[in-house]
Design a protein around this ligand. Structure first.
Ligand SMILES: [Mg+2]
Length: 210
């Protein structure tokens, strides 16, 4: 074994299929122009001084409030009411499990590495994302932004994850599909693998574990 003793994985876009196509499918189904949702969130962030997605992911607003706020803003933008309350159903219908990655990480766990998930997520979505993979069989720890009130790339959430594992950052490997989340991890001393494809990620994880 290398100096790495623990593997900390993101969920969305790593243990699931890529997020961008899922997002595009949801927008197409809801008839919302592709740029409208992001633009609506940016306007709300400017106006309120708080980004609605970050508020949602930190568990400070409910999914219902988030969809109401963003839905109103998108409606104002496109000039007609939009249906937002089907968002999560559509989202999870568009998202698949990355079985190759999940099976690979099960093997890593069996090799004796300590395993955790560190996810920016939505409180109300916990049963849905958890049902996509055998979380408790592979991972001893889940740190979910919506339950701890902070989100990646806040250094404190990585520190909390390492503390809860009882493993120093220098002995932790972190996997995420967002480069800025990886950069924050590296800054704290974790080894980071920026997930771009399953094959590339597995190859880089293997060379870090060797
Ligand atoms: Mg992700």
């Amino acid at each position: 074994m290398s100096s790495v003793r623990a593997v900390i994985s993101d969920f969305g876009g790593v243990l699931s299929s890529p997020l961008a196509p899922a997002f595009a499918a949801v927008q197409a189904e809801s008839g919302i122009p592709s740029a409208a949702l992001g633009a609506a969130m940016s306007r709300l962030a400017e106006r309120d001084g708080r980004h609605p997605l970050y508020e949602l992911e930190c568990g400070r607003i409910t999914e219902h409030d988030f969809l109401e706020r963003v839905g109103r803003e998108v409606a104002a933008e496109v000039g007609h009411p939009v249906e937002m309350h089907e968002f999560s159903t559509r989202w999870f219908a568009a998202l698949e499990t990355n079985h190759v990655m999940v099976d690979y990480l099960r093997g890593v766990a069996e090799r004796g590495y300590r395993m955790a998930i560190l996810t920016n997520n939505v409180r109300e979505w916990e049963p849905r994302w958890r049902s996509m993979l055998p979380v408790d069989e592979i991972f001893e720890l889940v740190v979910d932004s919506a339950f701890v009130g902070m989100r990646k790339p806040d250094p404190a959430i990585y520190q909390l994850t390492c503390e809860r594992l009882g493993i120093p950052p220098e002995a932790c490997l972190f996997i995420d599909d967002f480069e800025h989340n990886c950069a924050a991890a590296t800054e704290l001393g974790l080894t980071a693998v920026h997930f771009r494809t399953t094959d590339q990620a597995i190859e880089e994880i293997e060379s870090a574990l060797d």
